[in-house]
Design a protein around this ligand. Structure first.
Ligand SMILES: *Cc1c(COP(=O)(O)O)cnc(C)c1O
Length: 453
């Protein structure tokens, strides 16, 4: 360490962190070259480090935050619940926050998905949906329906079961020998369109691939799992909603479940509370719908799987073995459920879905410069997710890390995925913050691409 200058608070915390904390999604050695940020506190759209520098949280802290950090309404609700009941086991016990949350979620699906099973993180919700689907068919005397279909470039989490239906080589390949096999079908990603094709055409072609997989494996498939409208982790791949309508029809025709993973796209992120509401004229309902990330407003680990009366009834029996015996220690945590209830209150009280339409169109305007930038392609948006790609020929090596680092120097937190730059901000982003964000990204792009084209 530099002996002439005392190290700053940030430097001290970073040094201690790198010694003791094994950070997620990170090759730790890369922190020799790329910064770790030691946070002190956060408020609204801003994160503050130990030395008082601020960063605009344009990725909602890994897509979880909806209404800003340290939101006064959620804080108040949590403080009240804290003195009432912090946690108790949910097996054999219940409490108002978990009941009210389940009821209100059911109402949001017009009671199509009236039974909610709780867990703590997204990957666990996926495990639950997969297990429930298989177990449902088993209870019906169809144990051969035990295979799953996922989309190319899908992401459903990183536990072993969730990895089986994930198609991201970086996260999956090292664990290949440990992971079950799923059928991977074509993605409807509209960027795959040939010159004379529309997004709808790409969806139709992808549905043909799905149907041929279903035909070849009739009687063996339990469920199709997908991320409705946007495959987020693969780089915000967006697709035509006709795919969802077609997928629902094919699932019915071949008698398999549809699992909608709305962990990232749910909670208003794509313009409706659930993304599946945008399929066709009146939306579709899956057999299982998984939520996490935004449901607690970004406050506490909470995930859940909602399902239908029909599926619930197939488990309802005197025989314990026909029941769904899955559990996690913190299932239905009252504090997390309270944060979720406060989040749902804000949706209602502040008419968030309508207000987001206005914010989404401001986002579109703020990034209009991207249309005329020669280095950019596929500028796209779905509600509160806006993304574009740097053309392969233009992207420097280590683009995403360099971009991340340079953007931080402009007070902006963005984490490009490969050569896809995206913003997915809290819904409370102000007009001024949006301008700072759009301008900061444009300036960062110029700096990172300098001498590269
Ligand atoms: C983040 C995510 C998951 C996994 O959630 P974790 O809480 O990180 O385990 C699953 N599916 C999708 C679509 C996600 O974006």
């Amino acid at each position: 360490m530099n002996s002439e200058r005392p190290s700053s608070l940030s430097e001290q915390w970073i040094e201690r962190s790198l010694k003791a904390v094994w950070h997620p999604c990170t090759q730790m050695k890369h922190h020799e070259r790329f910064p770790l940020i030691a946070l002190s506190h956060a408020k609204g759209s801003w994160l503050y480090d130990q030395d008082g520098h601020r960063y605009l949280d344009a990725v909602s802290s890994w897509w979880v935050n909806l209404f800003g950090h340290s939101n006064p309404y959620i804080n108040t609700a949590l403080k009240k619940q804290l003195d009432q009941l912090e946690h108790a086991m949910l097996a054999g016990f219940t409490h108002p926050p978990v009941v009210e949350l389940s009821e209100r979620l059911s109402a949001l699906t017009s009671h199509h998905l009236g039974h909610t099973f709780f867990a703590s993180d997204g990957a666990s919700a996926i495990e639950i949906a997969l297990k429930m689907s298989f177990h449902y068919w088993r209870n019906l005397g169809l144990p051969n329906k035990k295979e799953f279909i996922c989309l190319k470039n899908s992401y459903h989490g990183e536990t072993l079961g969730a990895l089986a239906v994930t198609d991201v080589a970086l996260f999956k390949d090292a664990y290949g020998p440990l992971i079950g096999q799923a059928h991977i079908v074509a993605s409807p990603d509209f960027r795959l369109a040939q010159e004379d094709q529309t997004a709808h055409d790409v969806a139709t072609i992808a549905l043909q691939d799905l149907e041929s997989t279903l035909q070849k494996n009739e009687g063996k498939i339990a469920a199709l799992i997908l991320e409705p409208l946007v495959q987020c982790a693969t780089g915000m791949a967006m697709y035509d909603s006709s795919y969802l309508v077609g997928a629902r029809q094919l699932c019915d025709k071949y008698q398999i479940h549809l699992i909608a993973d709305e962990i990232a796209v749910g909670c208003g992120r794509t313009g409706t509370f659930f993304a599946v509401e945008q399929a066709g004229e009146s939306g579709i309902w899956p057999d299982f719908l998984a939520l996490s990330k935004g449901i607690s407003g970004g406050y506490l680990p909470l995930s859940l799987v909602m399902t239908t009366e029909k599926i619930y009834q197939a488990f309802y029996d005197e025989d314990i073995g026909r029941g769904f015996l899955h559990s996690h220690s913190y299932t239905g945590n009252p504090l997390a459920c309270t944060a979720a209830l406060a989040t749902l209150d804000i949706f209602k009280n502040d008419d968030v879905i309508s207000k987001n339409k206005v914010l989404a169109s401001s986002m579109q305007k703020a990034f209009e410069w991207g249309k005329n930038d020669e280095r950019i392609e596929h500028l796209r948006q779905k509600g509160m997710i806006l993304a574009f790609d740097i053309k392969a020929s233009a992207a420097p090596i280590n683009f995403s890390k360099e971009f991340f680092k340079t953007a931080l120097s402009k007070e902006i937190l963005v984490r490009p995925i490969g050569r896809t730059i995206y913003v997915m901000p809290p819904y409370t982003l102000s007009g001024d913050e949006l301008n700072i964000l759009a301008k900061g990204i444009q300036e960062t792009l110029h700096l990172v691409m300098k001498n590269k084209v």
